[in-house]
Design a protein around this ligand. Structure first.
Ligand SMILES: Nc1ncnc2c1ncn2[C@@H]1O[C@H](COP(=O)(O)OP(=O)(O)OP(=O)(O)O)[C@@H](O)[C@H]1O
Length: 637
């Protein structure tokens, strides 16, 4: 690294990350060089054996802040972070990096940053005139790309939990909605109000309104308090908005991924289950409470696992009214709405059912439901599910086993221990809830289709703007199958990102007429993750294919899977074994590490097989299917 007197540098700091300093006098050369550093606070120090691990050259433009970091000459980590910090201090929370927008969550609403004037600024911006970086700018470019280049567009929103992905998605959608209605206004020369728009399409809301109103419903059912975010989305979503060639939104579709089901039955300390459970307990009126047998949230075992039933910043009763109102707005009428809450309450009562051990002569221990009175959890769960209490108990406390294996029709009934019965109870509660969520998403999609603007629908193109709001990379104290799948999705997105960004760069070089030799010289080093993907996806031997195989074995367990991983991937650079203090290898044989593009994550495979099978015992499955309170599509295996 060549350093001269007066040069801006960044020095690694344990607390601040990187701090700026200026090079004072220098002495010697190469490895023997020592130099004086003048820190921002005026302090000076002399350093030697300079390494770029703790001292990097800095780009002076970052001291004032640069809107687009592609314009910086020196792209060291210190310069990039300092640029973001400088801008953030001026409430410029958005910074561009070419076609990428970096956002830093301010956690307070910055006045006028998202109002209508701001929207109009971006709607009217000249093609390449720099309005400040903003999600509206990104959406405007996508919108124009779709209209003028006739190409579908996609926006990928990524970041760790609490980074602001969902809020950003909402801003992007509301901008698109604004653009579409402005375009409609130009076509009709009259601005339709929400009411007018609703009337103009036969009493239904427009696509834009429906998308916006489906948000609180999805949040109630699939967002929860975590230790990082009071309103964390525990699912991924892809929203596809289709547009007419004129720029008017004509339809939409939401696809959801990986709803975190385990949360329905248990939560980590400081976390809650899904908002709707608490909303229902807090906000239902007396009549509804009586019909659903509701109690205080604190009296439902599945709502107290995290030790926090209430959240300071959230009014669950108000949340309930909002959820109920938005459900109606997206076409879930009173009867269907009550049906939805019946399932929510059934899940709560079901998870409150407890089991006692019983001795069964000549057999292993069995179990029975602890309480069976008229007002018991079993009674309420069966009433709300539309099945008989005896049948529900029977299906919970015994398993039908087919000793002959696949193809044989001989079943024997084996009593379940209280532990096995509890696990069956949890499995059916989770399956019910996730089917309910899928049903709601389908309802939202039906509403979006119904809301299709009839005037433009006839001429609808297949062009769309897609918004992917998906979990960022996760690395917790304990990481299970959920984290593996989320991180796998992020590896695929990273690969897509690499292909996209570096391909674009080459295209840009080619446009500028630069020679191939120069392009090679300038090629940016990037973390290629093909080998991690090979480790994960490899066939027949990859992390996922071995999991699939182990899950099909009768005797398959997470521990055995962990052992198979250790054997199969020994020596693979992307596979690691956990280290104990002092550098020795440690962990149970179910633990293993993967060196992801974003860093190493240690996984615990103990529950991988069970979670992957995600089995609802056949008897319970069939019982729920026989419910007398059932809409054809609300339960799928
Ligand atoms: N642009 C913003 N301005 C002000 N506050 C914001 C902004 N973006 C996010 N926030 C705040 O940060 C919180 C977390 O944001 P958000 O829920 O969007 O994060 P996320 O990345 O989607 O998290 P998760 O992955 O956990 O769902 C929001 O509830 C809001 O209080």
């Amino acid at each position: 690294m060549s350093l001269e007197s007066g040069q801006l540098v960044f020095v690694k700091d344990e607390v601040e990350g990187w701090l700026p300093a200026t090079v004072g006098a220098t002495n010697g050369q190469g490895e023997d060089m020592s130099l004086e550093l003048v820190h921002e606070d005026g302090r000076t120090e002399t350093v030697s054996k300079v390494s770029d691990e703790w001292l990097q050259r800095g780009d002076p433009s970052c001291l004032k802040g640069v809107e687009d970091m592609v314009k910086m000459d020196i792209l060291t980590v210190g310069s990039v972070l300092h640029n973001l910090r400088t801008r953030y201090a001026n409430q410029d929370i958005y910074t561009s990096v070419g076609s990428i927008l970096a956002a830093i969550n301010p956690y307070v609403l910055i006045p006028s940053l998202y109002d209508e004037n701001c929207m109009n600024l971006y709607a009217n911006m000249a093609t390449d005139a720099g309005a400040p970086p903003h999600p509206y700018e990104l959406m405007e470019l996508a919108y124009r790309g779709l209209i003028t280049d006739h190409r579908s567009q996609s926006v990928l929103i990524s970041g760790e939990s609490g980074a602001g992905k969902t809020e950003t998605t909402k801003y992007l959608l509301s901008y698109l909605s604004h653009r579409s209605s402005t375009m409609e206004k130009e076509r009709r020369e009259a601005v339709p109000s929400v009411e007018q728009r609703r009337n103009s399409i036969g009493g239904r809301f427009s696509v834009e309104d429906s998308v916006v109103m489906s948000n609180p419903v999805m949040e109630a059912f699939a967002n929860a308090k975590t230790t990082r975010n009071h309103n964390s989305s525990r699912f991924g979503k892809y929203i596809q908005v289709t547009l007419h060639a004129s720029g008017v939104v004509t339809g939409g579709r939401v696809t959801t991924y990986l709803l975190e089901k385990t949360r329905v039955a248990r939560q980590l300390a400081g976390e809650r289950s899904y908002h709707v459970f608490y909303q229902l307990c807090q906000g239902a009126d007396d009549d509804l409470r009586a019909r659903l047998g509701l109690k205080e949230a604190a009296e439902f075992r599945s709502l107290t696992g995290g030790g926090c039933v209430e959240i300071d910043s959230m009014d669950d009763a108000e949340g309930f009214s909002e959820t109920a109102r938005c459900m109606e707005s997206i076409g879930i009428g009173s009867e269907a709405k009550e049906g939805v809450f019946r399932v929510v309450a059934a899940v709560l009562h079901l998870l409150n059912v407890e089991f006692d051990m019983v001795d069964i002569p000549g057999q292993d221990v069995g179990s029975k439901v602890s309480e069976r009175g008229e007002d018991s959890s079993l009674s309420w769960a069966s009433k709300l599910l539309g099945v008989k209490p005896d049948q529900l108990e029977e299906a919970l406390v015994a398993r039908f086993i087919n000793p002959g294996g696949f193809g044989s029709s001989d079943f024997v009934v084996v009593p379940s221990s209280p532990l096995v019965a509890a696990s069956a109870r949890d499995a059916v509660a989770k399956a019910l809830y996730s089917s309910l969520f899928d049903w709601l998403v389908e309802k939202i999609n039906l509403t979006l289709t119904a809301a299709m603007n009839s005037k433009t629908a006839a001429n609808t193109s297949n062009r769309f703007i897609g918004l992917l709001d998906i979990f960022g990379f996760e690395a917790f104290g304990t990481n299970s199958l959920e984290q593996l799948l989320i991180n796998y999705a992020n590896e695929r997105l990273q690969q897509q990102f690499n292909a996209f960004v570096f391909k674009l760069e080459e295209e840009e070089f080619a446009k500028q007429g630069l020679s191939k030799v120069y392009v090679e010289h300038c090629r940016v080093e990037f973390a290629d993750n093909d080998d991690v993907l090979r480790l994960l996806e490899g066939k027949p031997q990859g992390i996922l294919s071995l999991l699939k195989e182990e899950s099909t074995l009768k005797t398959g367990t997470g521990l055995k899977l962990g052992k198979r991983y250790r054997q199969a991937f020994k020596g693979n650079d992307r596979f690691a074994l956990p280290r104990a203090r002092g550098g020795s290898r440690a962990g149970t044989e179910a633990t293993f590490g993967i060196v992801h593009f974003a860093g190493e994550v240690i996984y615990d495979a103990t529950e991988f097989v069970e979670k992957n099978k995600d089995e609802v015992p056949t008897a319970l499955h069939d019982l729920v299917l026989s419910s007398n309170d059932r809409e054809d599509t609300s339960w799928s295996s």
